[in-house]
Design a binder for this molecule. Structure first.
Ligand code: GLA
Ligand code: ZN
Length: 670
């Protein structure tokens, strides 16, 4: 299947990045023209402008200077470069903070920040909302018919939260809407504990530490509220853009590793998902883990809207803010760019086009270095990517044909992270998901990472590790999926609490008991280094960290048993056949060895096709399809040559090679 291009007017893979011409205003005659020449040379067809330009656009309240941006937009159009035009709310002019101190963010200790830096504004302030909307409206009016305008880039990396009095009031309003009565709120927060009962809405305070920072109910609702604040703030920013330029898509650059916002909810208001990827590549060896994590994050972002996304920023060389700002080894730039495409990106963009001469990011990798010519190693690497992308128009909008879904839920993570039990801070939701994910990455089986509230109809296999909190309707949807013939895999720490983090009474996994045909009585936490085992299929697999003690009910089959301790011989791996499907339960945390073998068995049983059998270590295969053609990506993250064999042939890969095999590939059946 094929989706429309992210920017309708530019049906190509977009290649470019953040461009800050206002930093070079005094040199514009020389530098801006040279920038256009270099952009062409590098195969750059998009530049993101205006991201931190508020002061350049509005140097005094109500005094606007758009002329320089007019000139930049015209230059872009004249050079066939698509403008990703930003709204400037990510950083604001000093006059604004001075005149309206309410726009400054307040931290959890209730101290107001001083002016400066970025991400430093209140999310409720009517003045800030009014000012951002006003400048956004002017931008939209001015450039609505501009041939360069392709995509709106809203603000920059929204993050954090504000605890000012305005935000406290909004938090209380949010809770009033959510709970209607104080009784319902007190019930949800289990407030009789530690005399926490709220008797007046005004008593409610955002979590602060020390203070009510440890109360899981409040913390969870605060993060939900903060997410809604960003949704609302984003809507406020986009209202004039949607009115004036209804055909220009809006996005904001996310940070896939960031967990402070429920991105699954936030994505509902985005037209396209986009993110900024900064993998910490090592020198020659040891890149498999980084490659795996990066792939996972790409998939996480693609899963937000289940369609191609934008790689809004990446670094073409040294990332200055890393403690060790290592250069990309030769080949890595091409490889990381192809990796993004392999996972569903339709753009390869960088921070930044021209390196700043001063300021905190003056040593951040860029297309054009201080030296200034196209005659650098990094520039040539980028130009090589640009050249290659020109031949990949067929990839624009191509789908990822995943039959497997791995459930990743921000709210489940929040609830688990705050649960005082299990392994405290090392409960490891993210690590656990990555552990299940790596099996599919190593075998080149495409997988969608989706929120627990997504529809499941397109999948054969759904994996939901540590689904600790069952949000409204989730258990029912999973059960229907199984009964209709799907395969579900869940694990320990599933189905403990409801949406308010109140424990299910009557046995875990609460409303999934019937589906899984088990109930969990206790969960054992193991010390570091301590192990148990799961005995399955004649093999003994290491179990560690968390071992749940379960009972089977109904006609549930026990496939694996614990091998040690007082629960030796009790069920550790179970299968419940239900309706036309199957529900598996893994009771303990295991290593890759078990997961590899287990999923080999499950994918065969569930009829999940794969492209290549036995991919060498450090190599992954990914696939996209545009309805007519298949693009199989073979990515070698090692610095040694590798050989891959599949139904369509044998492929020799150079160190760090990214190969794209474009054809009607036949996939081997399991
Ligand atoms: C983020 C920001 C950019 C820049 C880069 C540097 O992604 O969005 O403005 O600061 O980091 O890596
Ligand atoms: Zn505030």
């Amino acid at each position: 299947m094929r989706y429309p291009p992210v920017a309708k007017k530019f049906p190509h893979i977009l290649h470019g990045g953040d461009y800050n011409p206002e930093q070079w205003l005094a040199w514009k005659d020389k530098i801006w023209k040279e920038d256009m020449r270099l952009a062409k040379l590098a195969g750059v067809n998009t530049l993101s402008v205006g991201i931190f330009s508020w002061t350049a656009l509005e140097p005094e309240e109500g005094v606007y200077r758009f002329e320089w941006l007019d000139e930049v937009m015209d230059l872009l159009a004249a050079n066939s470069i698509a403008a990703v035009l930003a709204t400037p709310s990510g950083a604001r002019p000093a006059w604004l903070s001075k005149k309206y101190p309410e726009v400054l963010r307040v931290n959890e200790m209730r101290l107001r920040n001083v002016h400066g830096d970025r991400h430093n504004h209140c999310l409720s302030s009517p003045v800030y909302r009014e000012k951002t909307q006003a400048i956004n409206r002017l931008l939209a009016r001015r450039y609505k018919d501009h041939p360069a305008l392709a995509v709106w880039h809203i603000s920059n990396e929204y993050s954090g939260s504000c605890h000012c009095p305005l935000c406290q009031t909004k938090f209380r309003e949010y809770l009033k809407t959510r709970y209607k009565t104080l009784d319902a709120l007190n019930e949800a927060w289990w407030s009789a504990f530690w005399s926490s009962t709220i008797t007046d809405w005004d008593q409610i305070e955002s979590p602060g530490s020390p203070g009510n920072g440890g109360h899981n109910g409040i913390r969870l609702d605060w993060r939900r509220f903060t997410t809604e604040q960003f949704v609302d703030f984003y809507r406020n920013e986009t209202t004039p853009l949607k009115e004036i330029t209804p055909n220009i898509p809006c996005t904001t650059n996310l940070m896939a590793g960031y967990t402070g916002i429920d991105y699954a909810r936030f994505a509902e208001v985005l037209d396209i998902a986009s993110w900024d990827s900064y993998p910490q590549w090592t020198s020659a060896e040891g890149n498999d883990k980084i490659a795996l994590q990066t792939s996972y994050l790409h998939d996480l972002i693609r899963g937000l809207k289940r369609r191609p996304f934008m790689l809004m920023e990446s670094c073409p060389s040294a990332t200055n803010w890393r403690p060790v700002a290592k250069l990309h080894r030769p080949g890595l730039h091409m490889l990381q760019s192809m990796q993004a495409l392999a996972h569903g990106a339709d753009t390869i963009q960088y921070f930044q086009f021209r390196k700043s001469r001063g300021g905190p990011e003056q040593y951040h990798g860029a297309v054009v270095d201080h030296e200034g010519s196209g005659n650098t190693r990094v520039f040539r690497d980028i130009a090589e990517v640009g050249e290659r992308l020109k031949g990949l128009d067929g990839l624009v909008g191509a789908d990822t044909p995943a039959l497997v879904a791995l459930i990743h839920d921000y709210q489940v993570r929040w609830a688990l992270d705050d649960a005082r039990g299990f392994l405290q801070d090392k409960t490891g939701y993210g690590e656990t998901l990555l552990n299940h994910y790596q099996v599919f990455w190593k075998r080149g089986i495409p997988l969608d990472l989706i929120d627990s509230r997504q529809t499941l109809d397109r999948y054969h296999l759904v994996i939901a590790p540590m689904l600790y909190m069952l949000r409204e309707g989730v258990a029912e949807r999973l059960d229907a999926f199984v009964r209709q013939g799907g395969t579900l895999v869940t694990t320990y720490a599933t189905g403990y609490v409801n949406e308010s983090t109140l424990a299910f009474l009557g046995g875990f996994p609460g409303p999934l008991k019937e589906t899984l045909g088990i109930w969990c009585e206790e969960i054992d936490a193991l010390y570091p280094g301590e192990t148990n085992s799961i005995e399955w299929n004649g093999t003994s697999y290491r179990a560690f960290d968390l071992c749940e003690l379960i009972h089977t009910t109904q006609r549930t089959e026990t496939l694996g048993l614990y091998g040690a301790d007082f629960y030796s011989g009790r069920p550790a791996l179970t299968l419940n056949r239900r309706g036309a499907g199957r529900a598996y339960f893994i009771a303990a945390r295991t290593g890759e060895d078990f997961l590899d073998d287990f999923y080999r068995h499950i994918t065969a049983e569930a009829g999940i096709p794969y492209l290549f059998e036995n991919l060498p270590e450090g190599v992954t295969a990914q696939i996209r399809e545009n309805g007519e053609r298949t693009f199989a990506f073979l990515l070698n993250f090692t610095n040694s040559a590798k050989q891959v064999s599949g139904p369509s042939g044998v492929f020799d890969l150079e160190p760090f090679e990214a190969r794209i095999i474009e054809s009607p590939l036949t996939r081997a059946s399991p």
